[in-house]
Design a protein around this ligand. Structure first.
Ligand code: A2P
Length: 318
């Protein structure tokens, strides 16, 4: 398994298990199956509402001697309602308690969006806190404290565009280790990928398979389906692989970490095996031609009347 390296010598397995949308009652078995299949990187978040079940699976896998804590790479994310400087460490401590861990390998700011402390799902303007009131650099200071206290070996961000990253790079002490964003052949984001790589920031691709199991409220009409793309299907057929495996292998070939979500043991094994699939430069070029700037997680759910956030600002499109 290819790994991505950090300045202190730590390495992150490039392929991880995604847990967004995995129900608590399914994620225990998913994590156990993933570890059995060979996964050593699990991507979590408080807002997924399933960290307690992930934690039980990790604890049991370690207790049964299947894996040691040192072998695992566990990522989690700070939710929008804990962005004040002094809220970051307590939020991380709650996640650590749920995951039954002493430390995370990586802790990310989930979104460059702040909510009021008592609001999980912001629906109206008053639920949010604007960037002016609570700058990203303030949240980043809290993240740096989490790192200094040894609670997170690495700290990073998610859903950050170039202008958000620059704010942290210009004002922070620690460079974000990772930016986790949506990446797949329909949303290749070459400028953001280059910017991150030029600034020693690794990327993790979320929704690498197109997240077909998103809630309907996040879906548009007649969405393009990655699995049905003719180029992806053609390359998959030529390799006796599945379209999902080609999508995973494509990310790995870009040196971008990738976290396909599955709760199905067979598909979890299949996804792990994708790390062994080799794509030629010609196949990579064919896939490069598929980019259409298509987001499946379009951020418009943060836009409310009179609210401080817009999808355009979020993705740096204005
Ligand atoms: P399931 O959990 O039943 O396997 P993403 O990682 O982009 O969010 O996509 C997750 C979706 O893709 C889920 O619906 C998941 O279903 C499905 N999925 C995961 N792995 C595969 C695979 N190898 N083949 C087909 N669908 C898959």
């Amino acid at each position: 398994m290819k790994k991505l390296s950090f300045a202190n010598g730590d390495t992150m397995p490039i392929l991880g298990l995604g847990t967004w949308k995995s129900k608590s009652e399914d994620v225990y078995n998913a994590v156990r199956s993933a570890i059995e299949a060979g996964f050593r990187h699990i991507d979590c978040a408080m807002i997924y509402g399933n960290e307690e079940a992930v934690g039980r699976a990790l604890k049991d896998a370690i207790a049964e001697g299947e894996v040691s804590r040192d072998d695992l790479w566990i990522t989690s994310k700070l939710w929008n309602n804990s962005h004040a400087e002094d809220q970051v460490v307590p939020a991380l401590q709650k996640t650590l308690a749920d995951l039954q861990l002493d430390y995370l390998d990586l802790y990310l700011i989930h979104w460059p969006i702040s909510n009021q402390p008592d609001v999980l799902g912001a629906r109206k303007a008053a639920d949010f806190i604007s960037r002016e009131e609570l700058p990203l650099t303030v949240t980043w200071r809290g993240m740096e404290q989490a790192h200094q206290q040894g609670l997170a070996k690495h700290i990073g961000v998610s859903n950050f565009a170039k202008h958000h990253l620059k704010e942290v790079l210009d004002n922070g002490t620690i460079t974000p280790a990772v930016n986790q964003v949506e990446l797949h052949p329909y949303l290749q984001q070459p400028a953001l990928v280059d910017f991150c790589h030029n600034n020693n920031i690794h990327l993790t691709a979320y929704s690498p398979l197109g997240s077909g199991d998103r809630p309907d409220s996040m879906k548009g009409d007649n969405e393009p389906v990655l699995f049905e793309n003719e180029v992806i299907k053609d390359i998959a057929a030529a390799k006796n692989a599945s379209p999902a495996q080609v999508l995973i292998a494509w990310s790995i070939h870009r040196n971008v970490s990738v976290i396909p979500k599955s709760t199905n043991p067979g598909r979890i094994r299949q996804n792990f095996a994708a790390a062994d699939i080799k794509l030629s430069s010609e196949e990579m070029a064919r896939i490069a031609g598929l980019d259409r700037g298509r987001r499946y997680v379009d951020g418009r759910f943060w836009e409310v009347e009179g609210g401080p956030y817009t999808a355009k600002e979020l993705w740096g499109e204005e």
